[in-house]
Write a protein that binds this ligand. Structure first.
Ligand SMILES: [Zn+2]
Length: 714
């Protein structure tokens, strides 16, 4: 079934299907590039032909075609079979899949007013189309009939997995409800879809409007000359000649706070960030999220679950909110204890410098950067010249994929893109055969959502015979014209992370699109991406990419050692801000129906206190009002997935260390047992077969340097 159009988070969107059968063109829409399969390599989107208006026409026609196809599947009078019901549904909706996947990509990474309006108009219709399928009783009876006979001898394990997925999705969509409850579900879905779009639009506008604007570059003291030039350019782009603009990133903390020497400016930037969607203006999201929490709780109740989190986690590795919350709350004591000791270190520094004030959240990065310099003698500006973007990509990210999996990459300049910043690469397998097409869109733009993510224009499937078309999007600072793009180490890690998702999509080797690539539980999907981050610091990989952009000299060993030593630095802060956000997510989504709070801010404060993550200097990575993962990114009751997956990725990387690290044999094993399997096998089973046992948190605690003798973590 085609994906609902959601704003992308870090990770991919839900399943969609593809169909190799060409669609017959009604004459009036003959020039619409979506109405035929793309003739480009890998069926890549026709960005050379697509106009903004084409999306709406194709979405509308796509929904119409899909509903007609589904209707004819439902109305068959022959006995339901795997082929005539399940496979037929896999093939249905080809046009809608084609247009919605491309639309999701451009709305997330390169939007404009027309596209926003189309999304506003179409999102509720897409939700209604989805409901028309999952609440179609005739169709459900056919699915159920196949499901009841799924253990017949001629059905393969992957087919069983697909049948179970369909049956589950129908039940979770409300197929077993009374007519009255079905009607209510439809109306809830309509309202949720609209609210989610409202949230996205408000957040995008609030983030843009929340940028720091200054009249004099002296207020930006501490930033590099290039960064100040970038701020001047950003102002010009907004028509604010003679001013300087520092745009907001999506997280609470802003990277510039590490450099800005003027404390009042740091505070202002912090407040702009935290209040971006709480100004009681048209961008205020408090009413939106309160209503969303209320509706989700009601929907869960209708479907037989005590809360939305119970409903959401039933299909996840964690199974219940209790299991996920236990992992998080077990990590709270070591994380917050470390954060408090980090705060004490910084307060000492402030006092030594005669600062005469108490450390505040807007000071954290500034002083932690100083402590880092003092403790590890490490200065971000010293290391950035060794992390030139193209070098990191080709000689780091691609190199690691070559060493582990034998992949090679060739940049192509003939594949149309939606923005000149986007680059495309053809990916070849170890045997030289074409494997996938990869797009990289790394620079920040005002019309791009915050954060970084991966998604696909085309899913791998043996049924369709199509190879994957995968993209990575990030928000790295775009250099001034003629200047090199120098990355922070965080950016380097992000690039490896998103490419880990890309590998999961590219290595997919399954029959059915619904089970392809990253169509796995949310708390498993971050495992391949976070796992791939580990290679950034592998000695062989690191030595191959960390070279000075001017001289080509390798990073001096002393500097490398400093980066390694500093890996456990500030982890109290990093873990605490993530735990706080994850627990806030659960606070909202473990509310029983009818109990949404009136006062969003008071509710949030009480929740942080209840979970013991109310460390004043360490605010949540996202406050509720701009937490896009949980309100529009498909991570509702799912932000814990990063931590849950981290247990897996650290534990799996420990396996690599135990078996010789960066080798083709290890890579090929990981590829065949994890990365190629998509959703064809239960995630816990996949992991157990790879590791030889269930995961444990030891490797995570060690990786983050949070291990201590008095830790209560088991
Ligand atoms: Zn991710």
């Amino acid at each position: 079934m085609p994906a609902a159009i959601l704003a992308a988070a870090c990770a991919p969107q839900p399943a969609a299907t593809t169909n190799p059968t060409p669609v017959t063109l009604p004459a009036r829409i003959g020039s619409n590039p979506f109405f035929v399969e793309s003739s480009l390599p890998y069926h890549a989107p026709r960005f050379d032909l697509i106009r903004n208006e084409d999306y709406q026409v194709a979405l509308e026609e796509g929904m119409k075609q899909q509903l007609a196809e589904i209707d004819s599947i439902a109305r068959q009078t022959t006995q339901p079979t795997f082929e005539n019901t399940i496979v037929a549904m896999e093939k249905a909706g080809a046009l809608l899949t084609r247009v919605s996947k491309t639309f999701t990509g451009v709305v997330g990474a390169n939007t404009n007013d027309t596209l926003q309006k189309i999304q506003d108009a179409e999102a509720p219709k897409l939700a209604a189309t989805n409901d028309a399928i999952y609440l179609n009783d005739q169709l459900y009876q056919r699915v159920k009939s196949v499901y009841d006979r799924r253990n017949a001898s001629n059905i393969s394990p992957e087919q069983v997995a697909l049948i179970e997925r369909y049956n589950r999705d129908f039940v979770r969509g409300g197929a077993q409800l009374s007519e009255a409850d079905k009607t209510r579900i439809k109306s809830i879905n309509q309202e949720l879809s609209k609210l989610s779009t409202d949230f996205t639009n408000k957040l995008l506008a609030g983030t843009k409007a929340g940028a720091l604007v200054v009249d004099n570059p002296s207020q930006l003291a501490g930033l590099t000359n290039d960064e100040i030039q970038t701020a001047a350019d950003a102002a010009k782009q907004r028509g604010l000649n003679g001013k300087w603009v520092v745009p907001l990133r999506n997280t609470t903390q802003q990277p510039s706070q590490a450099e800005l020497t003027n404390r009042a400016v740091r505070q202002k930037l912090f407040e702009l960030s935290t209040l971006r969607t709480e100004r009681s203006d048209s961008n205020d999201t408090r009413g939106t999220i309160r209503r969303m929490a209320e509706l989700r709780a009601e929907k869960a109740k209708l479907l037989g679950y005590p809360t939305w989190a119970d409903y959401a986690l039933a299909t996840q590795g964690a199974k219940t909110p209790g299991n996920a919350i236990k992992l998080l709350t077990d990590l709270v004591p070591p994380a917050t204890a470390r954060a408090r000791s980090e705060a004490a270190d910084m307060q000492k520094l402030i006092d030594q410098q005669g600062g005469g004030f108490k450390l505040q959240p807007w000071d954290w990065q500034y002083y932690s950067e100083q402590v880092r310099k003092a403790k590890y003698d490490l200065d971000e500006s010293q290391i950035m010249p060794y992390f030139e973007l193209n070098n990191v990509l080709q000689n780091g990210v691609f190199f690691a994929a070559n060493k582990l999996y034998g992949l090679t990459f060739k940049e192509r300049h003939d594949i149309p893109v939606y923005n000149p910043d986007v680059r495309t690469f053809e990916v070849f397998d170890a045997n030289g055969q074409p494997l996938a097409l990869f797009y990289a869109d790394y620079f920040k733009r005002d019309n791009k959502q915050g954060g970084a993510w991966m998604d696909q224009f085309v899913d791998q499937s043996a049924l369709t015979g199509w190879k994957p078309v995968v993209y990575n999007v990030a928000n790295f600072t775009k250099p001034a014209p003629g200047q090199p793009a120098l990355l922070t180490y965080d950016d380097v890690t992000t690039m490896f992370h998103e490419f880990g998702h890309a590998l999961h999509g590219m290595f997919s080797n399954v029959q059915y699109p619904t089970l392809s690539g990253t169509n796995v539980p949310r708390d498993f999907v971050e495992f391949p991406s976070q796992f791939n981050e580990h290679w950034a610091l592998d000695p062989t990989v690191f030595a191959n990419y960390a070279k000075h952009y001017q001289t080509g000299a390798p990073m001096p060993a002393a500097l490398v050692a400093k980066i390694k030593n500093s890996q456990t630095f500030n982890q109290g802060f990093a873990m605490t801000e993530i735990l706080a956000a994850s627990l806030l997510d659960f606070a909202w989504h473990t509310l029983p129906a009818g109990s949404a709070p009136q006062d969003v801010d008071a509710f949030e404060a009480a929740a942080l206190k209840r979970f013991n993550v109310d460390v004043p200097e360490v605010p949540p990575r996202y406050h509720s009002t701009y937490f896009s993962h949980i309100w529009d990114g498909g991570y509702s009751a799912g932000y814990y997935a990063y931590t849950w997956s981290e247990v897996l990725d650290d534990d799996a990387f420990a396996w690599f260390r135990e078996h010789g690290g960066l080798t083709r044999a290890n890579g090929d094993r990981f590829r065949s047992m994890i990365l190629s399997r998509g959703g064809t096998v239960d995630a816990a089973t996949l992991y157990r077969s790879f590791r030889g046992r269930d995961p444990n948190v030891e490797a995570l605690l060690e990786q983050r340097g949070l291990k201590s003798s008095d830790s209560i973590v088991k």
